[in-house]
Design a protein around this ligand. Structure first.
Ligand code: ZN
Length: 160
């Protein structure tokens, strides 16, 4: 069975950056399952999945534009500490939901200087070229419910 629209594919992967550092890997875990054509994985990887079948091994280089996006300076903002009411101990690395004109985005605190808190709304991998080493584990038909929800249920997917 080949990967196409409305198929669920599960795959093992190792993700490295340009320097060869391993950023993420499924090694020692269940393979990652996704619904093809639903935007569950980055576009540059999803497009290379089309037509593959179980046992296929391949490498994909994904540009930032087809990965987690380019790094956008405007998503880095300095806000007053009082914006974080209810947070006892604000620290670098904390994540928050920020309301913007484009909707809610996840931001991470990258610096604190006195009353000034710097937050970054870029994805941690924004601006990175992604190098995936992939092995397809299984391809199956998506259920009616999975197609409606736009994601995979069960092992490697949503547990609801
Ligand atoms: Zn669901």
């Amino acid at each position: 069975m080949q990967i196409s629209e409305r198929k669920v594919a599960s795959f093992h992967y190792t993700l490295t950056n340009d320097a060869g550092d391993v950023l993420d890997s499924s090694e020692g875990r269940e393979p990652l399952a996704y619904l093809h054509g639903a935007g569950n994985i980055v576009p540059g990887l999803e497009s290379e999945m089309t037509g593959r079948s179980a046992g296929d091994k391949f490498k994909v280089d994904v540009t930032p534009e087809n990965g987690y996006g380019t790094y956008i300076e405007e998503l880095v903002q300095v806000v007053p500490r009082e914006s974080f009411q209810g947070v006892d101990e604000l620290a670098v690395g904390m994540q928050f939901q920020a309301q913007t004109a484009q909707g809610a985005i996840a931001v991470v605190v990258t610096a604190i200087e006195g009353d000034q808190v710097t937050v970054d709304g870029n994805h941690p991998l924004a601006g990175e070229t992604l190098h995936f080493d992939v092995e397809i584990a299984e391809v199956r038909d998506a259920s009616e419910e999975e197609t409606q929800h736009g994601h995979v249920h069960g092992v490697g997917g949503h547990q609801h």
